[in-house]
Ligand binder design. Structure first.
Ligand code: SAM
Length: 280
């Protein structure tokens, strides 16, 4: 099949979330925020036509990149063919095991940063994959939809605070670095964007299995936003009796009428530990 082109480049494909970032100032700010040194290994998800890749390669010793679109893979190979420090995996990043790829291509590199202008249709799955399944990435600097950026970085008691905000707080320190107008992209998307930095903590209070259970617990607490935390817990954990949940909440000074969106991370951990220690 013949590739559709526009101005020498393949035409942007909506199904792959292609909005190319062409604003030089924004690209430069992303690269600076990534704090790349001669010892840093960079992972880029969705290199696209290579605007960001090219800027990253000016400072990064090595880039491990993913790109799903075959037309763009051809273009990237042609553009960076003479560089053996640009390693391209021409596949869906969600089907890869990032730890295995890091071991194979970035072995011996201690400082690993993920930099991406994310495909927005899979922002949350990519974030969850990296946060739950990888241990080698230290920080991430990512362009995402402004709405998601707000959710990730929001404080308890605000309308954006939800399960994702709690889970991110458990794993990392997230900051909204700067907003980006939709006009910085081609084609222009329907939403505004923001660049977020996520510094991942190595130490976590829970082992992998308990961590997965805790994330489920947090999702259940927010399952019905109009319900109180008590009612969400009663529906999700039928064997956890009302009097025990009351006891757990009182022990940790959580009002019985509280909703999940008012609680700090520590309160979720306290309740989760109470639940696991007292369940029958
Ligand atoms: N980095 C480029 C830039 O800044 O202009 C492109 C960013 S564009 C928002 C997202 C890129 O991710 C596209 O090139 C798209 O083809 C690629 N992509 C989409 N889904 C992907 C997936 N599942 N795995 C790997 N790459 C993907």
């Amino acid at each position: 099949m013949k590739t559709e082109t526009k101005g020498g480049y393949p035409r942007a494909k909506k199904r792959f979330g292609q909005n190319f970032l062409s604003d030089g100032n924004v690209l430069e700010k992303i690269v600076t925020s990534a704090r790349i040194t001669p010892d840093t290994g960079v992972i880029e998800i969705g290199s696209g036509t290579g605007y960001l890749t090219e800027r990253l390669l000016r400072v990064a010793p090595c880039i491990l990149a993913y790109e799903i679109d075959r037309d763009l893979v051809k273009l990237l190979k042609a553009r960076f063919s003479d560089l053996n420090r640009f390693i391209l995996i021409p596949e869906d990043v969600l089907k890869r095991n990032l730890e295995t790829d890091i071991k194979e291509h970035l072995s011996g590199v201690d400082d690993i940063v993920l930099v991406s202008n994310l495909p927005y249709y899979i922002t949350t799955p990519i974030l969850m994959m990296v946060l739950e399944k990888t241990r080698s990435i230290q920080r991430m600097v990512m362009m995402m939809q402004l709405e998601v950026a707000r959710r990730i970085t929001s404080e308890p008691g605000t309308k954006d605070y939800g399960a994702l905000s709690v889970i991110i707080r458990y794993i990392a320190d997230a900051k909204l670095l700067f907003k980006v107008s939709r006009n910085a992209f081609r084609p222009v998307p329907d939403v505004d964007s923001a660049v977020v930095s996520i510094e991942i903590r190595r130490e976590r209070p829970l082992e992998a299995e308990a961590q997965a259970e805790f994330f489920h617990f947090v999702h259940q607490a927010f399952a019905h936003r109009r319900k109180t935390l008590m009612n969400n817990m009663l529906s999700a954990y039928p064997t956890w009796e009302r009097k025990d949940i009351e006891q757990a909440m009182q022990t940790h000074e959580i009002p019985l009428s509280a909703r999940a969106e008012t609680l700090e991370l520590q309160a979720f951990l306290d309740l989760y530990f109470y639940y696991t220690n007292t369940r029958h």
